[in-house]
Design a protein around this ligand. Sequence first.
Ligand code: PMP
Ligand code: GLN
Length: 381
Amino acid sequence: MKLFPSRLPNVGTTIFTVMSRLANEHGAINLSQGFPDFSSPALLLERMTHHMQAGANQYPPMAGVAPLREAIADKVAALYDAHYDVESEITVTAGATQAIFTAIATCVRPGDEVIVFAPVYDSYLPAIELQGGLARVINLQPPGFRPDWQQVAAAINPRTRLIILNTPHNPTGTVWTADDMRELSRLVRNTDIVLLGDEVYEYIIFSGPHESLARYAELRERSFVVSSFGKTFHITGWKIAYCLAPAALTAEFRKVHQFNVFTVHHPSQLALADFMRAEPEFAAGLAGFYRAKRDFFRQQLAGSRFELLPSDGTYFQLARYEKINAMPDTEFARWLTIEKGVAVVPVSAFMPGGTDHGLIRFCFAKNETTLAAAGEKLRAV
Ligand code: PMP
Ligand code: GLN
């Protein structure tokens, strides 16, 4: 049989999978794929086991269990003074990746244009392509990686359906400001452009406050806002997240969601609802928790030949390596993994067309012992 033409001819295996596999093969310290090497809160694990034993093992409601949607509504109201209806405006999803894919599938038709900012998270462009959409890429320029609003204005046209933004930004750690939100509001006012906010690192922010799309009534009314419990509660493997959107957008989102996954792992949802009620201070403490890790990791690299860029949010740190050698970043990442024992992600993996800024990304969501062991190896490079 002749294989059908690929729907994604230019896509391979994700860089995160590739680098983690390489790290494992070579016994390298894995600072590539973004996941913590420390455990999730004990109470959360206890509640998960409890709900499994208590019988929450069949389909939950399509949009998610009520106690979790209520906990999300309360949290968003407290943080952003934004009031989302529990019944019609909050949907629990199987990770942020699914929420983002579903939001794109919900509103992008063949020929529609979607504005994205590069470096761009790897799932956005394939999701747009699968819908027959066309990505209009705005390049964020190093070292600040700040959006240039004139370029965005120039990219907007009658075919623009969606703008996707990610703050705090993976991989650069850039945080969008209130001024950015004002510019964005000005550009989309009197248009039918929809916004998709990838806010999975909303709590991991060192130069705040987090400018959620939910915070601005004018933006909220046209936005899908996505966050992920994976980042907030150290459970990236549970693959559970949510999407906020006004009722009309949510109704369309759920039409796709119900035939994509229908619903999401039941005991995790109940456990998260219990945990959010019992330990509301946990999430609020994340910024301080990760700031200490960032500072510790940066100290480890002091005196090395890596030049560190600012990291104002996320659990990632970018570094320039031009004082070490002139390899392309993908080659450098492989070399560092195989020869020097520390796995990282090359930033060109986030660049459509593979533009190479000579930068690599470290993940510092690790125990201090891991970061110290990596620091020792990296200072010797
Ligand atoms: N968006 C960004 C910017 C991310 O960094 C990640 C995961 N690291 C995701 C989306 C996906 O989140 P999830 O694991 O919940 O699918
Ligand atoms: N988002 C994580 C990162 O940036 C990885 C998620 C994945 O492996 N797909 O490293």
